[in-house]
Design a protein around this ligand. Structure first.
Ligand code: NAP
Length: 293
């Protein structure tokens, strides 16, 4: 069984690490808000004092945190995991961060004689719980092969994309489609509602139509019920679209619908919906269209 350190027990990190624990691996966890580790500790995980301590006790160290600055804090800070590394360990970041932020961590991990895998995920909390995420990985291939049995516990779809930061770019390409799809669905549902149709029926029809997708299927009951409890927050999606725009700029690709959707999400955040699910774009448009359910 592998010795695993896990940093970051938010909506995603908690169920992902729980699946590793349930598979019988030794798990050391660390989270800024300690109480989020209670359930895992009750199930047999060890609460580490710092990311550094979790890394020192493990052969594989995973991070699943909000964004690049947080990744830097938990890896490069005084008590960060890099300070706990000894040669031969594998560090895996599964958060969504920029290529630049990722490269900085890679340099520090390699300087410690270890390997760094970039492994952002597709799919939300339900798939994290079910162990059926899509995992996009790039970095050292031999380290990928060693880590694959652990990835397979967390995800049903594995993709190896190359030796560098390829997975970061692919993840952002995917997320810009996820975000713009929710903006399109908001427009379709609110138009139907204003014309007297039922939101649930509209969302069901969309999910079952030619434009239906796993995403429109996950979201149909929530949009139908107007339930925007966070699976993936507005705040985090804005972060991803900003990163996608930066990659677009870097490669000279104009991302017009991404820009528009980002401005809609920023408006939602200004209205106080930053912590809600990004599918709240439907509610935002209902409000602007003077529609009350
Ligand atoms: P989340 O629930 O907001 O959790 C964020 C994690 O980051 C928590 O462990 C949080 O600690 C930690 N954190 C935030 N700021 C910190 C700081 N300054 N110092 C130390 N720790 C800090 O986010 P999530 O939904 O699990 O997402 C995690 C990553 O996966 C993000 O990069 C996101 O873009 C990506 N992702 C999410 C989804 C999804 O559907 N949710 C899907 C695919 C990818 P506290 O508990 O102390 O706040």
């Amino acid at each position: 069984m592998a010795k695993i350190g896990w940093i970051g027990l938010g909506n995603m990190g908690n169920p992902m690490s729980k699946n590793l624990l349930d598979a019988g691996h030794d798990l050391q966890v660390w989270n800024r808000t300690k109480s989020k580790a209670d359930e895992l500790v009750g199930a047999g995980a060890v609460l580490a004092d710092s990311p550094k301590a979790a890394a020192a006790a493990s052969d594989f160290v995973f991070t699943m945190v909000a964004d690049g600055p947080t990744l830097h804090a938990v890896t490069l800070g005084a008590d960060g995991l890099v300070a706990g590394l000894s040669p031969g360990k594998i560090v895996v970041d599964m958060s969504t961060v920029s290529v630049e932020e990722s490269s900085k961590v890679n340099a520090a991990v390699e300087a410690a004689g270890c390997k760094f895998l970039r492994a952002p995920v597709t799919g939300s909390v339900a798939l994290a719980k079910a162990g059926t995420l899509g995992i996009l990985t790039s970095g050292d291939k031999a380290s990928y092969d060693k880590t694959l049995p652990l990835f397979e516990i967390m995800g049903g779809n594995q993709f190896y994309l190359g030796g560098g930061d390829e997975a970061r770019v692919m993840k952002l390409s995917l997320n810009l489609m996820i975000a713009t799809t929710m903006q399109m669905e908001a427009e379709a549902v609110v138009l139907a509602e204003k014309a007297g149709l039922d939101a649930q029926q509209a969302a069901d029809i969309i999910a079952g139509s030619a434009v239906g997708s796993p995403l429109t299927n996950y979201k149909k009951a929530l949009i139908g019920a107007g339930n925007y409890a966070p699976a993936f927050s507005v705040k985090l999606m804005i972060k991803d679209l900003k990163l996608a725009e930066a990659v677009g700029k870097q490669y000279g690709v104009s991302l017009e619908s991404t820009k528009l959707t980002k401005s809609r999400l920023e408006l939602a955040a200004e209205k106080g919906y930053g912590e809600m699910d990004f599918s709240i774009l439907t509610k935002l448009l209902e409000e602007e269209s003077d529609f009350v359910r």
